[in-house]
Design a protein around this ligand. Structure first.
Ligand SMILES: Cc1ncc(C[n+]2csc(CCOP(=O)(O)OP(=O)(O)O)c2C)c(N)n1
Ligand SMILES: [Mg+2]
Length: 402
């Protein structure tokens, strides 16, 4: 590939005249993408063609993944993708207020989500439907959020999965505090130790909250896995507007390890996340994982990516599809045949049909529910607000009858 040379800052003492201190845009892009095609810096266990790549460092973390287990990961990804497409379609039909697609990020989410143990805690942003599913949350639970009828009603302690966070980067601080608590309470140190994982995007790395989370986690040795899904876009802002270096390299400056994994490779994501969680539960946290992936759909249903990116980029990433490579591996190695794939597809179609049926018939919550669960204890001020709001609404009912 005749890409321009990757740029690095001149060494101290080299002097400004020795070499340009400012990279050209092409050099920045070359640096950020230098490792996307494989090579020493990208951990990959399954190539886009479905070939297994040996990894002396990480093979042992997926030694238990036989044909049956890999079929399970395949099924997870197919179901989640099918549900994602259904939700996207339901938004177009006016049944959801908005949808945030995960298309293309199934491997990053299922691989990392399946790496978690029961005692671990996950803090998502707003695109982590695959992780939610892996944590045992019924996909239907997510529909209320996007139909704007609730904020997510699952029991986050029971599932080890916190509520979605829309404020970019904010969950990194929440997760840092939670992981510091795990450390203070002596819950790390052995095989049964606890760990926390926090999900955020490439764009979030430009937020102060993420920087603060890195600093606090580092100095308190918090058992926290920072899982950055670098899908290369923060709405319309490409990564080269956010960083001069690959994101995983930032960890070094904070004093903890950073690693880049092929985010479209479910096996590599599982292995690397298991490793990182193990480090954390044994007291060697934090760890930063950069899962290098691609957002194959719009940012949300309110976005039109054709306004800011070229279709050849999308076409190139379709060839690295996270599901297709597992399918190729399973078929080539005799772990699955066409009737199996057809069966999974039929199951996924039924999964989507159930989701649709549920969403169309979702009851509207009573208006006063907005006042529920605000405080642990009763509040006179809130009670007064609820009464006032209900009185106000009853005025509309009268007007409607006229
Ligand atoms: C603090 C804050 N600023 C701005 C926004 C608006 N916003 C929503 S998503 C987004 C881009 C996030 O990009 P990235 O972190 O890469 O995550 P991705 O959506 O690509 O998964 C922005 C700027 C927000 N939600 N919160
Ligand atoms: Mg992004």
């Amino acid at each position: 590939m005749s890409s321009p040379e990757q740029w690095t800052h001149p060494e101290p003492g080299e002097g400004p005249a020795a070499r340009a201190a400012q990279p050209s845009p092409e050099q920045v892009i070359a640096g950020l993408r230098a490792t996307t095609e494989g090579g020493a810096e990208l951990t990959q266990l399954l190539t886009p063609e479905g070939e297994r790549v040996a990894s002396p460092q990480f093979d042992r973390y997926v030694a238990d993944i036989d044909g049956e287990a890999l079929r399970g990961l395949y099924r997870d990804m197919v179901l989640v993708r099918r549900a994602d497409r259904e939700a996207n379609a339901m938004q177009r039909q006016g049944q959801l207020g908005i949808w945030v697609p995960l298309l293309g990020q199934e491997a990053a989410q299922i691989g990392s989500g399946r790496a978690l143990r029961k005692q671990d805690m996950a803090f998502p942003s707003y695109r982590e439907h695959g992780v939610a599913y892996a944590r045992g949350i019924d996909f239907r639970e997510l529909m209320g959020i996007f139909r704007c009828t609730d904020h997510g009603n699952w029991d986050f302690k029971a599932h080890g999965f916190h509520p979605y966070t829309i404020v970019i980067g904010n969950q990194v601080l929440n997760a840092t505090g939670y992981a510091m608590g795990q450390k203070f309470e002596g819950k790390v140190g052995d095989e049964d130790g606890e760990a926390t994982i926090v999900y955020f995007g490439d764009g979030a790395t430009s937020q102060g909250d993420v920087h603060e989370g890195f600093v606090w986690s580092a100095v308190y040795d918090a058992p926290l896995v920072f899982f950055c899904q670098n899908n290369q876009w923060a709405i319309s802002e490409p990564t080269e507007r956010q960083s001069r270096l690959p994101l995983y390299q930032r960890a070094r400056g904070y004093g903890f390890p950073g690693i880049r994994v092929d985010g479209n490779d479910v096996l590599a994501c599982l292995a690397v996340t298991r490793w990182a969680l193990d480090e954390c539960r044994h007291g060697n946290g934090p760890v930063l994982i950069e899962a290098f992936t691609y957002r194959m759909d719009a940012h949300t249903t309110t976005d039109d990516p054709t306004r800011y990116r070229l279709s050849d980029e999308l076409e190139a990433w379709k060839l690295k599809d996270p599901i297709e490579r597992v399918r190729a591996y399973l078929a080539r190695n005799g772990h699955a045949d066409q009737p199996y794939f057809d069966r999974i597809q039929a199951e996924a179609d039924q999964f989507a049909a159930d989701l649709r049926e549920f969403t169309f018939n979702m009851p509207e919550p009573p208006p006063e529910r907005v006042f529920a669960n605000v405080y642990a204890e009763p509040s006179a001020a809130l009670d007064a607000q609820r009464e006032e709001y209900l009185a106000y609404l009853s005025g509309f009912a009268t007007a409607g009858e006229r």
